[in-house]
Design a protein around this ligand. Sequence first.
Ligand code: SF4
Length: 421
Amino acid sequence: MLATESFDRLWVWDDPALGGALNWYRQVATNRRPAKFRIAATVPAQFTPSSDETALWAELDRLTPEFLACWQDIRVGRTTLAPVQRPNLLDLCDALVRRWLAHCTFCRWNCRVDRSHDGSSRIGACKLGEASRVSSHFHHPGEELVYRGTAGSGTIFFTSCNMRCAFCQNGDISTDKDNGIDTDGRTLAAIAWTLRMEGCHNVNWVGGEVTIHLHRIVEAIALLGNGFKPGPADLARARRTRADRFCWHDTRAEDASYAGHLNAPMLWNSNFFMTDEAMKILRLLMDVWLPDFKFGPGRCAMTLAKTPWYWETVTGNLLMLHGAGEDMTIRHLVMPGHVECCTVPMLDWLARHMPDVPINIMDQYRPDNFCEPGSDKYRPEYAALTRGITRAEFSAACAHAASRGIKFETITFEKARRFLG
Ligand code: SF4
């Protein structure tokens, strides 16, 4: 059976909360619809190599309504995919983000540092220059069932982050900017191409944080939308970061094609601390969104993650996406001692603004990074976070979600179903 067929038969789709919230994603994952990047490749753009950045932004603003109208028509089956044009909206995004890198404001830190070459005298909060490092990539068997499906989520882990979560569960890659391997656009495209051709249900861009790698990801997606097929050298470079290289995966183009071209839903798995401008680009490329909504509106984002403007930035991005009818599910990790200040106000806000969006309330907090007493990195000011959450804390979080009518049960408890029968 094809991976797309087994994915389409997952029992979770019987839950209207998931089937409704992720309908576009499911259509693209099963190749009944083209991914957004395929649509963007059909929208002709007017610019030249000498166009300045202001002109490129203006062209993006001009073409976005055209793209969205085309997406909507394809979404409801009113039209089919047009032929690829050059230069197109993907080329425009690629050119724009390259110029933007010289005064980077990809995320809310708005550092405005020049990242267009490595070795710049100033660095931003993410500590990155032009290079993007991939720590690992593989068929992820542990994401939510709607993402891992039967063949895994095609997950690409990037290094470094723009937040400083003391308890980070991926501290090895988020705090070490030199982890992993410098990965250029062709190699990244080859990684994504391979994962999808092997049956992965999506290309899952994650970190650390992914927003800080926007330029490299846009470059890779532009290549994929413009007919890229990896050669032996690309595939050899891609294998360097493969974490599951000893597992055999068949390659089947039937699992990965729409109208004879590579097709794959793009999944943005992020802390959602990006700017409005970054969202303008991402909305043209991402088919499904996986925000990690951590902190409430109080000071916890500052005391635990050294991140100002957290609440207004994340909620602003969520509101924009929800208002635009985008597919998403949200993750929230319950933290010890933070149900009242973080979990409850976050759930209240979601119930008020987007009660139809499924939330995964996660219980797997473990003391890690600066909160792990046995680690050299441990800092005593985080002593309150050196324990796991209690059963009472998780129950309180779920009870509050239920009382507010939030759709969380299926996506939160689907892994327990195996044991419950
Ligand atoms: S990605 Fe964010 S943290 Fe990094 S330089 Fe740009 S604005 Fe600053």
